[in-house]
Structures are given as C-alpha cells and as structure tokens.
Design a protein around this ligand. Structure first.
Ligand SMILES: [Zn+2]
Length: 240
C-alpha cells in the first residue's frame, strides 16, 4: 500500500531505527537467557549433590550390612565346628542324625549369608566407582558455575550500560520521524518478532517472500515511495 510522505528521508530513518531496535532486542534476549543458563547449571549441581549424598548413605548401609554378614558367617562357622566336635562323641544313631541335620541347616544358612555378602561387595564396588565419578563431575560443575556467574555479572553490567545508551539513541532518532509512521512502525515491529523494516530481495519481500508488483519495486528502488508489504505489512527498502 503506497503512502506518500517524504519517503526518501523516512525510509532511511526507519532503517536506522530498526537497526537500533534489533540491537536492543538482542540485548534483552541476552539478559533474559543468561540467568536461565546459570539457573540450569545450579539445578544440575543440586541434583548431583543429592545423588552423591544418597550414594554415601547407601554406602554406609552396605558397610553395616557387610559387617553384620561377616559377623554371622564367623558365628555359623564356630557353631558348625562345635557340632562337628560333638559328632565324634555321639553314642546313638538318633543323636548322630540330629547333629548332622543341624550342621546341614547351618551350612545352608552359611551359603545364603555368603551370597548376600558377595552381592553387597559388588554393590559397594559399583557404588564407590559411581560416587567417585559424580564427585569429580560435581567439582568441575561447581567451578564452571562460579566462572559463569562472574562472567554473567560482568555481562549484565555491560549490557545494562549499552542498553541505556541505545535507548537514548532510539529516542533521538524517533523524534525526527512522523508520529503516524512511527506508530505504524511500532505496531508492525511488535506483531512481527521485532522486525518491521526489511530489504527488497530482487523483487520479493525478504520478510515473507511476497513478490512485489513491478511498478512498486521501481518506486521502492528510487525511494519515492514508503511501501508496506501487502502480506506481512513490513516496510520495504532497497539496499544496494
Ligand atoms: Zn512481506
């Protein structure tokens, strides 16, 4: 849609304004993203700390259980030895059978406890390796986190300065633009992801690909027309 108002000046003013706004948008995104990234690292660190704590507690339990199992194995062995000694002193078959049966029971229990002991030892080894790895990860993550936090603080300070500088520039540039054109620019910018002014790419809008009518293309190239794309409404300009 052609609009006739001192187009040559206004187009270049809009192009400059767009450049400032794009920088501002990038800065705002940066300022929004960085704290999120550091937050994510912090969450990773927390879950790693929790996992290490949990692992350490389980390791304590395993050590206690191993102690108990070894104690029980020694106890059983002692009992079996004692019963075997008694075996040589028995006088009746009945007594002999009772003793051998008791020994058999104890041997069975010994097998069970030994198996449990073995399983606990295996779990202990796996857990110890896992814990070592996690603790190393935690160490490097914590380092990473504090470096990032420092960098973030610097960057936030720098960006805030840069932002207020740009805002000043923006204000100065806006003053010289016709209020109705400026209003249109801002509506389009807000509706189109921050991009209200785009180049003519051949004879298409580089914002949406719409093919601009030939006559309008020549007006845009000569800067005699302030032209908004028929499809995306963005201002179009010719960039040599
Ligand atoms: Zn377009």
């Amino acid at each position: 849609m052609p609009v006739e108002t001192a187009p040559a000046i206004e187009v270049s003013q809009l192009v400059e304004l767009q450049a400032v706004d794009t920088q501002l948008q990038d800065l705002n995104e940066l300022l929004g993203d960085l704290p999120k990234k550091v937050d994510k690292l912090r969450q990773e660190e927390e879950s790693l700390i929790n996992a290490v704590d949990k692992g350490k507690n389980r390791l304590k339990e395993i050590k206690l259980a191993l102690n108990k199992a070894e104690h029980r194995m020694a106890e059983i062995k002692q009992k079996i030895d004692k019963l075997k000694d008694q075996l040589s002193l028995v006088t009746s078959n009945k007594q002999y059978d009772a003793l051998t049966q008791e020994i058999e029971y104890l041997k069975q229990e010994m097998d069970e406890v030994e198996l449990e002991d073995l399983e606990l030892e295996e779990e202990k080894e796996t857990l110890q390796n896992d814990l070592q790895e996690k603790e190393e990860n935690l160490e490097s993550l914590s380092e990473n986190l504090s470096t990032r936090r420092d960098r973030l603080e610097d960057l936030i300070a720098e960006s805030a300065d840069k932002k207020s500088e740009l805002e000043k520039v923006r204000e100065e540039k806006s003053i010289h633009i016709d209020p109705s054109v400026l209003g249109r620019y801002m509506r389009i910018r807000d509706a189109r992801d921050g991009l209200a002014v785009v180049t003519l790419d051949g004879n298409s809008c580089s914002g949406c690909g719409f093919v601009v009518p030939t006559q309008s293309v020549s007006f845009i190239r000569k800067k005699t027309l302030l032209y908004n794309c028929d499809i995306c409404s963005r201002f179009l300009y010719f960039d040599k």
